[in-house]
Write a protein that binds this ligand. Structure first.
Ligand code: ADP
Length: 443
């Protein structure tokens, strides 16, 4: 029977007490020949007593935060003790959560970054004082508003909707052009809420601009004297009266001057890419034709590896032709530099639903895994001695990375030391343009 397990000892005592009172009333009623009256009297007293207890408890439950619990015995007392326990536990948790919240507020107010908590629809749920100052948010007014209605820079809105939080984005302050802010989204595991971290990167940005200006100016200034030196060296090399002991040193000086010229040109190209200025407009570019021309150039050099061309798509790519040419030619010239004549190079162009791809695969010296993440840094060379011997400036892959970034693309590098490397440029699908005339080079 379930009832035996349901009642507590105090409950049982209350049942026994009421049973005993009713039994007593029954006996007195029998003696006095007034059973119904006696039972009704006792029942009324019992109900009134229970109702009184119930009212006292109800009154206390309403004012339990300020009033002491009523002193009641039996089953009602047990109930009061249980409610008291639950209330105390709740109070304890509440004070813990309130303390934590206070601490969290103090810490987030002292944070050097701005922080904005966003809901599933990018609506603002909370922000710290730094975000208030930097983004011009106002407490009551902006809670619940969508962040893209308040931070309207297109680059930020694109970042918010791309779903690639790890990348972050840097944007210029709309009201003060000397200020730059970087935004980073941190998603919760469930993905419903996200924290937007804002940093003031104006100082870094100014230093970066100074560095870019310095490199651009220095490269530019070096070009004219170098042209004069190269001119005299060319004249010396062609001078038939030159003492033969000078022939080799002059050739070496010409080679080094040529290298310096190549480095200066690469630096200027990199500066131009970084500053975002481009002489050319974007248009539909025939990447397959660029690869084919680069292959023909390579085949015309003296000793070269086998060079295969695999054009698997006749699509064109929306972009700046000179920059796309620079990407492909840097990758092809690297493949030629680091692959022996007995090796093989494959140039490939293809598309799928996710995008367009240009890859250069070689069976050359390959690259150890620890170097791969650093290849696109300026002047980074895996083997400086060898790179210098083959005429590398250490800037080629930086140029590739920047030119790709300007096309919304990315560089993927796969390589095994001693076996070869594959450099793949991935372009977004939005840049693919269908060719009206089919490409005869497609196999
Ligand atoms: P560099 O002008 O010196 O080739 P890059 O920026 O183009 O400069 O390349 C950086 C470094 O990456 C090179 O010095 C070389 O060590 C390595 N590298 C680039 N391409 C290849 C390749 N196809 N095979 C092996 N190593 C390569």
């Amino acid at each position: 029977m379930k009832i035996f397990g349901v009642l507590s000892p105090a409950g049982w005592r209350a049942v026994i007490r009421i049973g005993a009172a009713l039994f007593g009333a029954l006996l007195i009623g029998l003696v006095m020949d007034r059973v119904a009256f006696a039972l009704a009297l006792v029942l009324g007293a019992v109900v009134a007593f229970q109702l009184w207890n119930l009212l006292r408890i109800e009154h206390w439950v309403r004012l339990r935060s300020i009033e002491a619990p009523p002193d009641i015995s039996g089953a009602w007392g047990e109930l009061v003790a249980i409610i008291s326990r639950i209330h105390r536990r709740k109070q304890h948790h509440k004070s813990q959560v309130t303390g934590l919240l206070r601490e969290f507020r103090r810490l987030t107010a002292a944070m050097p970054e701005g922080a904005v908590l966003l809901g599933a629809e990018n609506e603002i749920l909370w922000f710290n004082p730094r975000a208030t100052a930097w983004l011009g948010l106002k407490r009551k007014r902006d809670f619940g508003s969508r962040i893209e209605n308040l931070v309207r820079q297109p680059a930020f809105i694109e970042y918010l909707h791309t779903g690639r939080p790890e990348k972050g984005v840097t944007v210029q302050d709309a009201s003060d052009p000397s200020r730059w802010f970087s935004f980073h989204l941190v998603k919760s595991a469930a993905g419903e809420r996200q924290l937007l971290i804002v940093r003031d990167v104006s100082r870094e940005r100014r230093l970066e601009d100074m560095r870019k200006d310095f490199v651009a100016n220095a490269s530019h200034e070096l070009r004219s004297p170098l042209t004069v030196v190269s001119g005299y060296l060319d004249a010396l090399a062609e001078d038939e009266d030159l003492d033969p002991t000078w022939t080799a040193p002059v050739q070496e000086m010409r080679r080094q001057a040529e290298r310096m010229g190549a480095i200066i040109n690469d630096l200027l190209e990199l500066s131009k890419l970084e500053s975002g200025e481009s002489a050319q407009e974007e248009r539909a570019v025939d990447v397959a034709a660029i690869l084919s021309a680069l292959r023909n150039d390579a085949l015309s050099s003296q000793a070269h590896p086998t060079i295969k061309l695999n054009i698997e798509s006749d699509a064109l790519l929306l972009g700046v032709e000179s920059e796309l040419h620079s990407i492909a030619s840097n990758l092809v010239s690297n493949a030629l530099k680091y692959t022996a004549p007995a090796g093989e190079i494959e140039l490939r162009w293809w598309t799928d639903d996710d995008g367009a791809y240009l890859s250069v695969r070689d069976t050359g010296v390959g690259i150890a895994p620890e170097h791969i993440p650093r290849l696109t840094e300026r002047f980074y060379r895996v083997d400086p001695g060898r790179a210098r011997d083959v005429g590398g400036s250490g800037l080629g892959l930086s140029i590739v990375k920047h030119a790709l970034q300007r096309h919304g693309g990315e560089l993927r590098v796969e390589s095994k030391e001693g076996l070869g490397s594959t450099f793949t440029c991935e372009f977004p699908a939005g840049r693919i343009i269908a060719r009206e005339e089919p490409n005869a080079a497609i196999r």
